[in-house]
Design a protein around this ligand. Structure first.
Ligand SMILES: C[S@@+](CC[C@H](N)C(=O)[O-])C[C@H]1O[C@@H](n2cnc3c(N)ncnc32)[C@H](O)[C@@H]1O
Length: 404
């Protein structure tokens, strides 16, 4: 992990509180079975377990329309999903409900894994407070959740049975497999890799890609664009989100108007078929409001950004990608997403001082409320967090860099 100053302080405090302080013996103890509880405590001190039911609705809506619906319609078999870094289980519950709403095969499963044993123990309950349930539309709640006392709700029994949980560190091999050693149709690894060093990020993505079924999809959060997608993955851009498909000739590829790769148009969901999860007609959460349509220079800036994003997503942190982003920023200096991406490209090219400067400028326009949001990248709140982390990261690697 690329630890923030706060996380380093937390570790230091925990270590300082131990008799004898940090030592090589304590390190050996942590690596032994006897040290499991101490290790778990340290992991919990630094892991960020923030999560929500139906987190990032626009990305989930794209997942539903462009990935899950076509899979349900095409595959006629149980789907196998994995929430890697599932924290306290909200993402697992969300995916189970989405499968149920789409009428997926009732044998479909969702595996949840996390490094934190505490988080996994909580996740196994699949039980949520009324406050956590606030984002769940009442009709969806009534259909797929039951009261569990003290104002809490739990998933209905037949959905709960479809969840499996494991404590697993994404830095450890081997990775879990789906039932009968199959690959996963969808792996969601959202808001996990943002805390990793670039090397660990890359290693995990490659290993996750190896666990996808042919045509399987990897979903990262919008805060984690792949600058170097491994050859086995191909970027799939849809209206509100990116996915990474396990590369397979011809699958899901339809040319879009911009020449960017796009997913196949969503098929109308099949009518409910007996023996499937009961499909529900009109229970989809409402679509997010349509973004304000850009015009003039903003439209041109968006097109350049989309082009650069595609190159970057395809692994090209090239001077051309950086130049395209600079041209985009001439048209719209407050397109913070483009500035952040330019920072990532520069960082990857080893230009750390320049990268730090771009991250800071993106951060300033976000903090000052000037930044224009773009529909197919991080929302501004997430972008702000990503910029803060990016500044910390490059400063730690090569800084401090003087501010211009
Ligand atoms: C911010 S939560 C994300 C939860 C969920 N995926 C979401 O998007 O709402 C990040 C989770 O990643 C887990 N995590 C961090 N490092 C990990 C690792 N090396 N292996 C597995 N899980 C890890 C943390 O324990 C934490 O629960």
């Amino acid at each position: 992990m690329a630890l923030s100053d706060l996380q380093c302080r937390r570790i230091d405090e925990k270590l300082a509180a131990r008799p004898g302080g940090p030592s090589v013996y304590f390190l050996l103890h942590l690596q032994s079975p006897a040290g499991a509880a101490d290790l778990a405590e340290l992991i919990d001190a630094i892991s960020v377990q923030k999560t929500e039911l139906f987190r990032d609705e626009s990305q989930l809506s794209a997942l539903r329309t462009h990935v899950l619906e076509p899979m349900v319609a095409r595959m006629h078999r149980p789907l196998r999903l994995w929430s890697a870094g599932c924290a306290t289980g909200e993402e697992v519950a969300t995916l189970l409900v989405m499968l149920a709403e789409l009428g997926a095969d009732p044998g479909s499963t969702v595996l949840g894994t996390d490094i934190s044993e505490t988080a996994i123990a909580k996740a196994r309950e699949l039980c949520f407070t009324s406050e956590q349930m606030q984002r769940v539309p009442p009709m969806v709640r009534d259909r797929w959740f039951v009261p569990a006392g003290l104002g809490r709700f739990t998933l209905v029994g037949h959905l709960k049975e479809r969840a499996r949980f494991l404590c697993h560190n994404l830095m450890d091999m081997p990775y879990p497999r789906a039932e009968e050693g199959q690959g996963f149709d969808v792996i969601a690894c959202r808001n996990v890799l943002i805390y990793f060093t670039p090397e660990s990020f890359e290693k995990v993505v490659v290993t996750l890609a190896g666990r996808l079924a042919p045509e399987g999809m990897l979903m990262l959060s919008a805060a984690e664009p792949l600058l170097r997608a491994p050859p086995v993955l191909r970027t799939v851009r849809c209206d509100q989100a990116f996915f990474y498909a396990r590369a397979q000739e011809g699958a899901l590829k339809t040319p879009s108007a911009t020449g960017l790769p796009a997913v196949a148009p969503a098929k109308a969901p099949e009518s409910p078929i007996s023996g499937r999860f009961p499909a529900v007609g009109a229970t989809k959460p409402p679509e997010p409001p349509a973004p304000v349509q850009p015009s003039g220079p903003h439209l041109e800036a968006d097109a350049l950004f989309a082009q650069a994003l595609e190159w970057a997503g395809g692994g090209e942190a090239s001077p051309q990608t950086a130049d395209t982003l600079r041209s985009c920023l001439v048209l719209d200096p407050d397109l913070a997403a483009a500035r952040y991406l330019l920072g990532l490209v520069l960082e990857q090219r080893g230009a750390l001082a320049e990268a730090a400067e771009e991250y800071r400028r993106a951060l300033r326009s976000l903090e000052e409320g000037r930044a224009r949001a773009t529909p197919f990248f991080l929302n501004n709140a997430r972008l702000l967090v990503a910029c803060v982390r990016a500044v910390e990261r490059v400063e730690r690697t090569g800084g401090p860099f003087p501010q211009r």
